[in-house]
Structures are given as structure tokens and as C-alpha cells.
Design a protein around this ligand. Structure first.
Ligand code: CUA
Length: 398
């Protein structure tokens, strides 16, 4: 085999290896900006594509000219020095006018897109307040009185007006396939009103799906674990979701045990229940009868523990007495993909691990564990059995 053949064989092998490697790059890319699902994302992608191809054109043109000049005008043996010239009006006009035209072709669509994406929201736009926290996202729907965390729903085809701010340090709200990226700034009260510090994104999502996002501004040790998911659904599904998230208030206090006429020996007096069992019975009594028949006692126990301990100081769950607003709202927690804003997949084991020691999954998390304090709050002191019950309860909230 000749040297030339070996060389071309190597080149082919290198090409094939390159193609295989590049093929490995094909994948899901949940956080790509190149497959936008809103008019905002499409506008940004168009600006990128336009700028990209112009810069490619310049790159290729300059490289071809460089190679041409190097070959054409290289020094040859015994060659006399070339004629010395100064200035070339034609060339100078060309390399001034052509770049000027390219700058116009890039800047006009860019400026137009800036204005398009900064437009005021329509009157009937759906307002979603986005609040960055260390290290999770809170979403409020003032129109519906719904609050959720990390995973939020939005209807396709309706304009969404994100009003973005922070509860602590600067974060950045970014769901790449939706388009747009905006800092979430701490709100400082001002004479002209608190809204002055908010940032806005106005867009309409056109395609149903789950779109992952991530905090895009370094905001402390768990900045990397501050993911979020937008769930875009049809208007009908969105209405159903809103209804399932709305809070009708805590259930009424358990009614007095009904006495059957003639039955004087109630079971409760015959077999006095343990205090724990009595609490479980109490919480069961508050449920509609169908749920009582189906409910796992572990879940009932978990609900009882959650709603009677310190959990309710920070967390809220619709239709219970949990009303805290410091931590994430946990309504329908079991339907979320992650525990801890992207820390781990939402499985019962991970939820148990989180309740036991949140900092083991997310350094710096502000929630105390069973044996560890956090943010000035004492350990919860929950036993392993109680942790299991609370995790079972939370995961059951679908
Ligand atoms: Cu929040 Cu980075």
C-alpha cells in the first residue's frame, strides 16, 4: 500500500470518527434555544440564525482571501521586489461599504426584535408572577389565587405575562425553549410602586409540552440546583389544572361522631385508641367518605403529622390548614418531576432523604432536617416512621 493511500485511509477514518462523535451530540436537548415553542423564542432564534450566517459568510470570505493571498503573492526564488503601492480607492470603498451593509442587515432585524419582545402585554394576557428564591421558583397566578413551586402550568395560545422578581438575591428566569431570559431582582420599595423593580417577559406558547428551565444567574452555593419546568397544555387542561390547584380552605373540623340510635356502646369507649391512632381517625373523619375507603393509613398518618407540626409554618397545601409561604407551596407535590427544584427525581426515597437531611441533596437549603437545623430553625425531630409517613403523604398529592 502506497504512502498516499495510507494517508487517505487515515483521513477517511478520522472523518468517520468525527461523524460518529458528532452523531453522539444528537439527543433530546431539553434546554435548547434552537427549537423554540413561542413567537418570542422564534424571534430570538431568527436573530441568532441571521447573525450566525453573516458571520459565517465573513469567516469564509476572509479565510479564502487569506489563503489566496498567501499562495498567489508568496515569495519565489530570485524574484525582484514587487512594485510598492500606497492606497487603493476601489478596495477601500468595497471594504467599507460591504461591512456597512452587513451591519445594517444584522442590526435592523435585531432592533426590530428588541421592540417586538419588549411589547406591552395584551389586556387579557395571563399574568404569572415569577419569584426567585434561594434555591427554588415560586409561581403565583393572581387571577386564580393559585400558587405553586418549581413546576407550573400555562395554556397554549394565550399570551402570558411573566412578572419576574426575587425574594432574596438576583436570580435569572430562563426556560430556553420558551425564549427570553430575565434577571429576577429583589424588589425594593420605591415611591413609584414596587412593580418598578420587576422584569417582564411577554410571550405566547404554541406547542404543548414540558419545558425545562434553569436559574441563569449565580445566586449562591445551590445555584446549579435551581431548575424549573413549564408545562404547556391546552386551555381546557389548564382550566382543569387551575381547578385542582385552587384552595377552598382547610376542611371543616371533624364532626361529632354520629351516634346510632340504640347503640350505647360506642367502639371508641370500648377500645380507647392510642393518641396517634386517634389523630389518624380525626384526619380521616375530615375527608369525604370515598377517600376514607381508599386511603392508605400511612398517607393519613403523614397528613396528620404534616398538618400538625412545624411543616405548616413554611409550606402550604391547598385544602389543608398548611398556609406557610416561606417555603415552596406543596399543592399536588406528587405530580412534580423533581424534589428540591431539580435536586433529584421525585421518588418516595428521595423525598424521605430530603425530609431527613435536605442539605444532603441541596447544600445550603433553608429547611431543617430531622437532626439538623437550618436558617435558625431547630431540627424537626421526626422519627424514621414519621418521615416515611410524611413522604408517602407528599408523594400521594397528585
Ligand atoms: Cu438562582 Cu442561580
Amino acid at each position: 500500500m502506497s504512502l498516499g493511500r495510507i494517508e487517505s485511509g487515515r483521513a477517511l477514518a478520522a472523518l468517520a470518527a468525527g461523524a460518529v462523535l458528532a452523531g453522539g451530540c444528537a439527543g433530546e436537548f431539553p434546554q435548547t434555544t434552537f427549537r423554540p415553542v413561542s413567537e418570542y423564542g422564534e424571534a430570538l432564534n431568527a436573530v441568532f440564525t441571521n447573525t450566525f450566517w453573516w458571520t459565517m459568510f465573513i469567516l469564509v470570505l476572509v479565510q479564502v482571501l487569506v489563503v489566496y493571498v498567501v499562495l498567489r503573492f508568496r515569495e519565489r526564488p530570485n524574484q525582484p521586489p514587487p512594485p510598492q503601492i500606497h492606497g487603493n480607492t476601489k478596495l477601500e470603498l468595497l471594504w467599507t461599504i460591504i461591512p456597512a451593509i452587513i451591519v445594517i442587515l444584522i442590526s435592523v432585524p435585531t432592533v426590530r426584535t428588541i421592540f417586538e419582545t419588549q411589547r406591552r402585554p395584551a389586556e387579557d394576557a395571563l399574568e404569572i408572577e415569577v419569584i426567585g428564591h434561594q434555591w427554588w421558583w415560586e409561581y403565583r397566578y393572581p387571577e386564580y389565587g393559585v400558587v405553586t413551586a418549581n413546576e407550573f402550568h400555562l395554556p397554549i395560545g394565550r399570551e402570558i405575562h411573566f412578572r419576574i422578581r426575587s425574594a432574596d438575591v438576583i436570580h435569572s428566569f430562563w426556560i430556553p425553549r420558551l425564549g427570553g431570559k430575565r434577571d429576577a431582582n429583589p424588589v425594593v420599595a420605591r415611591a413609584e410602586g414596587e412593580r418598578a423593580m420587576e422584569n417582564h417577559i411577554v410571550l405566547t406558547v404554541s406547542e404543548p409540552g414540558r419545558y425545562r428551565g434553569q436559574c441563569a444567574e449565580f445566586c449562591g452555593e445551590s445555584h446549579g440546583i435551581m431548575a424549573t419546568t413549564a408545562v404547556a397544555v391546552s386551555p381546557e387542561e389548564f382550566d382543569a389544572w387551575v381547578a385542582s390547584m385552587q384552595d377552598a380552605g382547610p376542611p371543616p373540623a371533624p364532626a361529632q361522631p354520629a351516634t346510632v340510635p340504640g347503640d350505647t356502646s360506642s367502639r371508641a369507649t370500648a377500645n380507647p385508641p392510642t393518641p396517634q391512632a386517634a389523630q389518624v381517625v380525626d384526619s380521616l373523619a375530615a375527608l369525604p367518605p370515598t377517600d376514607v375507603a381508599q386511603e392508605d393509613p400511612l398517607i393519613a398518618q403523614g397528613r396528620q403529622i404534616f398538618t400538625s407540626r412545624a411543616c405548616v409554618a413554611c409550606h402550604a397545601i391547598a385544602n389543608t390548614n398548611a398556609r406557610g409561604t416561606l417555603g415552596p407551596n406543596l399543592t399536588r407535590f406528587g405530580s412534580r418531576p423533581y424534589v428540591g427544584a431539580g435536586a433529584k427525581p421525585n421518588t418516595i426515597e428521595h423525598v424521605e432523604a430530603w425530609i431527613r437531611d435536605p442539605q444532603s441533596l441541596k447544600p445550603g437549603a433553608l429547611m431543617p432536617g430531622t437532626q439538623t437545623e437550618a436558617a435558625g430553625m431547630p431540627p424537626t425531630g421526626l422519627t424514621d416512621e414519621e418521615v416515611r409517613a410524611v413522604a408517602a403523604y407528599l408523594v400521594s398529592l397528585k
